[in-house]
Design a protein. Structure first.
Length: 189
């Protein structure tokens, strides 16, 4: 990966939903984490999707403290960017300030019955984007899930783009600053 691989090629769209500020852009999950390590450093990562499936932990990840339960992977405290999972697209990460158990990854229809706490859907697999009004029904379910999960930040890489959301205003500002230094164009929704 070159430095230019981290620079988005389309404008970045920003917005707000409840306590979360969000943006969408043309960059991968790992690219954003490398561009602005503050998102994940000294935090705990929960991976609900890697390439549309569950993260299968390597022996090295297990030895470093990663765990897998009910289709969801949990990191130890992130101390280095180099230890992050390789991403391939259709990846979904939640970032927490302390260890958090989300329950079980669900592969059922999220519309019937509607999921609740302990039932996590990987919404990147529904090909939605936070700025795309054509996916309103899926976005509504996503925000319901975000409200009960209550992560500090979310990174989701779908077919359309990367969606990033954070309730931490300092983290969000750091991401915008990192992106502006990389030459990105930022617009409101």
């Amino acid at each position: 990966m070159t430095a230019n691989d981290n620079i988005p090629h389309r404008p970045i769209i920003t917005g707000e939903h409840a306590a979360f500020q969000w943006l969408t852009m043309d960059i991968g999950v790992a690219g954003l984490a490398q561009l602005c390590a503050k998102i994940v450093m000294d935090k705990y990562l929960v991976v609900t999707s890697i390439d549309s499936g569950s993260l299968v932990l390597s022996h090295a990840q297990k030895a470093n403290g990663w765990q897998s339960r009910n289709g969801i992977a949990y990191s130890p405290r992130i101390e280095a960017i180099e230890g992050l999972p390789c991403t391939l697209g259709f990846d979904e990460w939640y970032v927490f300030e302390s260890p958090t158990d989300l329950g079980a990854l669900c592969h059922t229809n999220p519309f019937d019955p509607r999921p609740g706490p302990g039932q996590v859907h990987a919404y990147v697999n529904f090909e939605f984007a936070l700025h795309d009004s054509e996916t309103d029904a899926v976005r509504e379910l996503f925000w319901e899930q975000m409200n009960w999960i209550n992560p500090e930040s979310f990174l989701g890489d779908s077919v359309q783009c990367l969606s990033f959301a954070s309730r931490n205003k300092d983290i969000f500002a750091a991401v915008l600053e990192s992106l502006s230094h990389a030459g990105s164009t930022i617009t409101g929704s």
